[in-house]
Design a protein around this ligand. Structure first.
Ligand code: BJW
Ligand code: ZN
Length: 285
């Protein structure tokens, strides 16, 4: 990718000292993780994500909602960070004051080399009790029920653990409704550790995001439709206080009007090109 917009965005990035990278689902699209507003596939195609991602949906049908999140968590577990994630890590490595703020509930920034993104909408990997909020283990962290045959597993258990620790041999459940586990403390259904419509964002994360946006000297917004609030206001805070905003998205969004530069294209191609434009010697991932 080349062109005057990329060169201008590269100049802005090279001049920045405290950039913010603000990401949405498009960041992970090239890793094979569907965006939130993509049409759903398989068993889920008759459901609207906006109607599943609510406390009311979970109350009405916990197995439907838990099964949807488990299917998505298994999909994310199989996905790998793409060159866009690695380019964001390269920016942070070059500019250590970079703050990465994500709306995504996957873990691809962490696996791509950004150890502690600010998570506005929670995580697929942090289930908790729906009543007492006690953290719950991930289903695949649970040992298989006693007597569960483990396909292909050796009878003897004296083999060395694989690198990275023990792996679970729990069978993968089928894609579809799935009864959520019960809380070990109070017995209520465990829920995904994400922020649903109508729920408050975690206040520490929201405060950190607003503070970073207010103090940044460049905001790079990547792969978000900017339709969901209050997250969509983060780039607006930066722009209002004078920071240039650079957007990476194949299509226009409501943020176009406040952006100094709009880079139309996929994150996995545009972000490495942007890093190379800023620092021609950089390893852009
Ligand atoms: C690519 C690409 C490639 C594709 N490269 N790009 C003000 C106005 C109107 C409404 C509200 C308002 N303030 C609050 C509201 C209500 C509501 C809201 O915003 N509704 C709107 C939808 C109308 N907000 C809330 O309810 C929030 N809570 C709240 O306000 O609480 C108040 C409160 C205070 C105190 C006490 C109690 C309550 C909570 C919002 C939580 C959102 N949660 C979700 C689900 C998380 C779990 C899950 O994933 O299931 O978060 S919704 C969903 O949207 C998810 C995402 O993080 C979020 C943003 O979506 P995102 O990332 O932008 O994805 P997409 O799919 O929309 O867009 C993808 C983009 O990528 C597209 O632009 C593509 O073009 C692009 N793309 N390939 C680069 N390769
Ligand atoms: Zn509980």
């Amino acid at each position: 990718m080349t062109g005057p917009e990329l060169a201008e965005a590269g100049r802005l990035l090279a001049a920045a000292r405290r950039p913010v990278v603000f990401t949405g689902a498009g960041m992970s699209a090239e890793s094979g993780v569907p965006t939130f507003r993509d049409a759903q596939t398989g068993l889920w195609q008759r459901y609207d994500p906006q109607e599943l991602a609510t406390p009311a949906a979970f109350r009405a049908d916990p197995a439907l909602v838990w099964g949807w999140y488990e299917a998505r968590r298994r999909g994310v577990r199989r996905a790998l960070p793409n060159p866009g994630h690695r380019a964001v890590a390269a920016i942070q490595a070059r500019l250590p004051e970079t703050v990465v703020i994500t709306q995504n509930v996957d873990d691809l920034h962490e696996r791509g080399g950004v150890p502690a993104p600010v998570r506005l909408h929670g995580s697929l990997f942090a289930p908790r009790c729906s009543a007492c909020a006690r953290p719950a283990p991930l289903p695949s962290d649970l040992p298989p029920p006693a007597g569960t045959p483990v396909p292909g597993a050796p009878e003897a258990r004296d083999e060395a653990e694989p690198p990275g620790g023990p792996v679970s041999h729990a069978p993968e459940p089928q894609d579809g409704p799935l009864t959520p586990p019960a809380c070990a403390g109070c017995g209520a259904p465990v829920r995904p550790g994400v922020v649903w419509f109508g729920e408050a964002l975690p206040s520490a994360a929201l405060d950190a995001a607003v503070e970073a946006a207010a103090g940044c000297d460049l905001l790079l917004t990547v792969g978000t439709s900017a339709l969901v609030h209050p997250a969509a206001e983060i780039p607006v805070v930066a722009a209002r206080l004078g920071a240039p905003v650079v957007q990476v998205n194949p299509v226009p969004t409501p943020l176009d009007a406040i952006c100094a530069v709009n880079l139309r294209g996929p994150a996995g191609e545009v972000l490495p090109a942007l890093v190379r434009a800023a620092w021609p010697d950089a390893d852009a991932g």
